[in-house]
Design a binder for this molecule. Structure first.
Ligand SMILES: [Zn+2]
Length: 158
């Protein structure tokens, strides 16, 4: 069974949807790390705060649902992405290196680092496997069949 029930007409359509997803995630990181100065000040002690974690997990879950209509998959993937980020912070915290790193970084740096972490996990176009790899399905412009990939808007049989 496929992850998503949404079918695209071409790669371009899918890339627009994906870029929009990335833009929303980046804006959400800005909102909870740069704009929320109280939460940012807490990050020096705890890495990701509970408020940031639940806020971001909800956003990612909602956005993944919008591009798949698959509730179970969206819930699992958003949980795993955020869980991975918590682990990333915990590695530094447990080794007493986080405070040092936190003091070297600007909030903008943390946003960029976390955005690239999330984008790398989802799909950065540079490696496989990745989480969004099997999400887009396409409709062949010739035979209307739904397939995993198109070549010049057509399936491999047309
Ligand atoms: Zn075809």
């Amino acid at each position: 069974m496929s992850i998503s029930s949404i079918v695209y007409n071409n790669q371009y359509e899918w890339c627009n949807v994906r870029d929009n997803l990335y833009k929303i995630i980046n804006n959400s990181l800005i909102r909870c790390i740069i704009d929320d100065t109280h939460e940012y000040s807490q990050m020096g002690d705890v890495g990701f705060t509970d408020k940031q974690r639940t806020y971001l997990m909800d956003i990612i879950e909602n956005e993944l649902f919008k591009i798949t209509f698959n509730e179970e998959w969206s819930t699992n993937i958003s949980f795993n992405i955020i869980y991975g980020i918590q682990g990333f912070f915990q590695g530094f915290i447990k080794n007493n290196k986080w405070k040092y790193i936190y003091n070297c970084l600007k909030p903008e740096d943390i946003v960029d680092i976390l955005f690239d972490n999330i984008k790398w996990q989802l799909d950065d176009d540079l490696h496989v496997p990745c989480l969004l790899e099997d999400v887009p399905k396409y409709r062949c412009s010739e035979c209307n069949q739904v397939v995993d990939y198109l070549i010049n808007d057509k399936c491999e049989n047309c």
